[in-house]
Design a binder for this molecule. Structure first.
Ligand SMILES: CCCCCCC[C@H](O)CC(=O)SCCNC(=O)CCNC(=O)[C@H](O)C(C)(C)COP(=O)([O-])OP(=O)([O-])OC[C@H]1O[C@@H](n2cnc3c(N)ncnc32)[C@H](O)[C@@H]1OP(=O)([O-])[O-]
Length: 727
């Protein structure tokens, strides 16, 4: 709802719809009603619009989208026009954030004042839509076309001070000031000053003459930065109309753009992503604990064992979260190198104004270098980040168990290994868990937390809480080889080399993936992370080409199909970007260049095995790259390793750069339709049989299709649970 009050001659209309003052239908009704009251009251000379509680309105109510209530009048644009039309000065008093429809309301006001700590922006593009309450037409009239294109096409939130420098905010109230009081005084001072030019629909766009040039510039940038997404392009086209058409016709173009985007699968995927991102923090470890009941332990200090690339990043994340951070290397040279890197990184963040001087000083003084395990006996949490080797990890956990106080939680940053086996090296398995960070750990937003069979509720709640304190998207999953992310990714890479054998070169596969929306294709990613990583894993499994006894068929490992092309590359020194050659060659930059040498390796291999390359469609490449991963996702849900499909999707968006506008692998499957996905998987399974088990259809996928067709993604788990409880 909204509340109406008077301070002498100034009317105050305050939105009161916790937690974020979203502009739900009942709020919109109140706003129109109170504006009429204020307009009709001859004792009112000015009107202040504000938000109660945490913030000014942060936009339309996203929960109403794709429901009929979103279109029920009054709409936000009706309120914008009522604010603008008012014969009395209207002032938006912004504290917290004014975003989306909230900022559009503020743009309807004749004046805007804001706290210096506030944020403003039109982030609709991140929901796959555009500012649909006049924002595309009104913002360019205030801050110019160039800035408006940047703000709207990328959807960033901007400090109020930046808004003030562009003329969007008329006055800034210093931290600690009283925004409502300032707005009342400001509104009163504007009475009788004339409102003509304060009504944005009367004003023209300042840099309208540069429209074509700006359009070309921004379309190019958007193409590179948000590959394959429709909303940024439609946003730009609609903003363009603000320079070319009347305000009224521009609004019509905005309305049409909004209809197109609202109907797109992209906006549904983005809205799903918005809620999924928040949903993952409401974790559940079935039979052990959940977010509502389990209490985290207070963690004041964290020790990071191993200062390689991962350990350094984890230590920086710990310092950023304000923890006393012990950094551990038994070798003094390695310790010094690690500490030097971490200290240098903090200074760089300070220079780039990413952190303040005080924060940098606090982080520097919270680093405690240690060269023996005894030095970390009293820490609350240890995160081990040494080599991916079970024997070494077990040795370390055994030692930590002996020296650390009984309450210390011991976590491993393993990306694939069995947490229960690691825990078995200790006498405190209830205090052992996995915390799988993604490189570089201080930058990547994903944290995949793993609970073991014996992890306690408190241990799980604590690692989830630490993820939140580190400001990561923290997803809880169960224990299995590769957990969720890498277990699924394994089949993505497996299938990619099968495609090379049969039909395509790396650049052709990668192009299909970048056209789909990935920033990089699978082979470019391989080169970037180092092809030797996969090679080491395959060596650990004893399956590389060189490890086989003479006479082993090159394309088989037991009954399984195998493709050794990746092995050949590494054995020829083509480790990837770091050595200037891998699946591609690199000539002094990170730009991948298709390499005739690689084609030769593939061609010779095909000739040796009498494979005649065939034409392959982009559709087949995409299906073969993505469907095995989706199929494995269903197996992961079926086994209870992930509690919900959105857990998997968030892991993929934040850990594997899955294009957000398609929602993630599981949501994408829902968009395509589960029956269609299953049909393709079954065809491959029929053709490949037991030699390619990743095509064996998941029981859950099959059951859902046979019994429910393509149920809404929110229903997958409830339907399965109901079915299981009956059988
Ligand atoms: C159909 C025709 C329509 C035409 C008109 C179009 C008008 C307009 O152009 C479209 C829009 O405004 S689009 C909107 C443009 N605006 C945006 O995109 C801004 C969206 N919001 C945000 O980005 C973040 O919430 C903030 C940065 C504001 C705060 O971050 P923080 O401090 O980390 O807090 P938090 O954890 O994030 O949120 C707390 C709780 O609030 C919930 N909730 C939040 N906003 C909501 C909303 N608008 N709605 C509903 N709920 C919303 C959130 O789900 C969570 O619920 P839970 O049940 O507790 O999990």
């Amino acid at each position: 709802m909204a509340l109406y009050s008077r301070e002498d001659d100034v009317a105050i209309i305050a939105v009161n719809n916790p937690p974020m003052n979203a502009l739900s239908h009942h709020v919109r009704k109140d706003l129109i009603k109170f504006l009429k009251v204020a307009e009709a009251d001859e004792n009112v000379t000015a009107i202040v619009l504000c938000g109660d509680g945490r913030t000014f309105p942060v936009g339309a109510d996203i929960k109403e989208f794709h429901k009929s209530v979103s279109a029920l009048g009054p709409t936000i644009i009706d309120i914008v026009h009522a604010l603008e039309k008012s014969s009395k000065p209207t002032v938006a008093a912004i504290h917290g954030s004014a975003l989306g429809g909230g900022l559009e309301l503020a743009l309807g006001c004749h004046y805007r004042i804001a706290m210096s700590t506030s944020k403003v922006g039109l982030p609709e593009v991140k929901l796959g839509i555009l500012p649909g309450a006049g924002g595309t037409q009104r913002l360019p009239r205030v801050i110019g076309l160039d800035n408006a294109m940047k703000w709207i096409a990328y959807g960033h939130h901007h400090p109020a001070g930046v808004g003030a420098s562009l003329g969007l905010i008329d006055r800034i109230v210093a931290k600690g000031g009283d925004i409502r009081r300032s707005a009342i005084l400001f509104a009163r001072s504007m009475v009788g000053k004339g409102l003509g030019q304060r009504r944005l629909s009367n004003v023209s766009v300042p840099d309208a003459s540069k429209v074509e040039e700006l359009m070309a510039k921004h379309l190019k940038e958007v193409g590179l930065r948000t590959r394959g997404a429709l909303a940024p392009v439609v946003c730009l086209q609609v903003i363009k109309s603000s320079a070319l058409l009347s305000y009224k016709d521009g609004l019509e173009s905005e309305r049409q753009g909004m209809m197109t985007l609202l109907a797109s699968s992209e906006s549904k995927a983005q809205i799903y992503s918005f809620f999924s991102e928040r949903q993952v923090s409401k974790w559940n470890a079935p039979g052990i604990a959940n977010h509502a009941t389990a209490k985290p332990m207070q963690v004041r200090s964290i020790a990071v064992v191993g200062l390689g690339t991962m350990g350094r990043g984890i230590a920086i994340s710990s310092l950023k979260a304000g923890k006393k951070t012990y950094v551990v290397e038994l070798n003094s040279k390695a310790l010094a190198a690690g500490v030097k890197y971490i200290r240098g990184y903090i200074e760089t963040m300070k220079k780039r104004a990413q952190i303040s001087e005080e924060q940098a000083a606090a982080m520097q003084s919270a680093i405690i270098p240690v060269s023996s395990y005894n030095g970390i006996a009293n820490v609350d949490l240890v995160i081990e980040a040494v080599f991916e080797n079970m024997k070494i990890k077990k040795e370390i956990f055994g030692k930590l168990d002996k020296v650390c106080k009984p309450s210390t939680i011991l976590a491993s940053n393993t990306s694939t290994l069995d947490i229960d086996e690691i825990a078995s090296a200790t006498k405190r398995p209830e205090k052992v868990a996995g915390m799988h960070f993604f490189a570089p750990a201080h930058i990547m937003l994903l944290l995949e937390n793993i609970y073991g069979r014996k992890s306690s509720a408190e241990t799980i709640a604590t690692i989830m809480d630490i993820g939140k304190q580190m400001k990561k998207i923290t997803v809880l999953v169960g224990n299995c080889v590769g957990f969720v992310g890498n277990r699924m990714y394994g089949y993505y890479t497996t299938e990619s080399v099968f495609i090379l054998e049969e039909a395509a070169y790396p650049e052709q596969v990668d192009k299909v993936l970048t056209d789909y929306g990935f920033a990089m294709g699978r082979f470019q990613v391989g080169d970037l992370s180092g092809n030797d990583i996969g090679y080491k894993i395959r060596t650990g499994l004893g399956i590389t080409h060189k490890q086989q006894p003479a006479g082993t068929p090159e394309r088989k490992r037991g009954v399984l199909r195998y493709c050794p092309l990746g092995d050949f590359l590494v054995e020829k020194g083509r480790l990837g970007l770091k050595v200037g050659k891998g699946w591609y060659k690199y000539e002094g930059s990170r730009t991948p260049i298709p390499d005739p040498e690689v084609r030769k390796i593939i061609d010779e291999y095909r000739t040796r095995h009498h494979i005649v390359p065939r034409d392959i469609s982009s559709e087949e490449v995409l299906q073969r790259m993505l469907y095995p991963l989706i199929n494995e996702g269903f197996k992961i849900l079926e086994e209870g390793i992930a509690a919900n499909p959105w857990d998997i999707d968030m892991i993929y968006q934040y850990g594997y750069a899955w294009p957000r506008h398609t929602g993630g692998p599981m949501y994408y499957a829902f968009t395509i339709g589960l029956p269609q996905v299953l049909k393709v998987i079954e065809e491959h399974w029929k053709a490949a049989g037991a030699s390619e088990p990743h095509w064996q259809p998941s029981t859950m996928l099959t059951w859902l299709v046979e019994n429910h067709g393509n149920p809404d993604i929110s229903q997958w788990m409830p339907l399965m649970q109901k079915h299981k409880s009956k059988t």
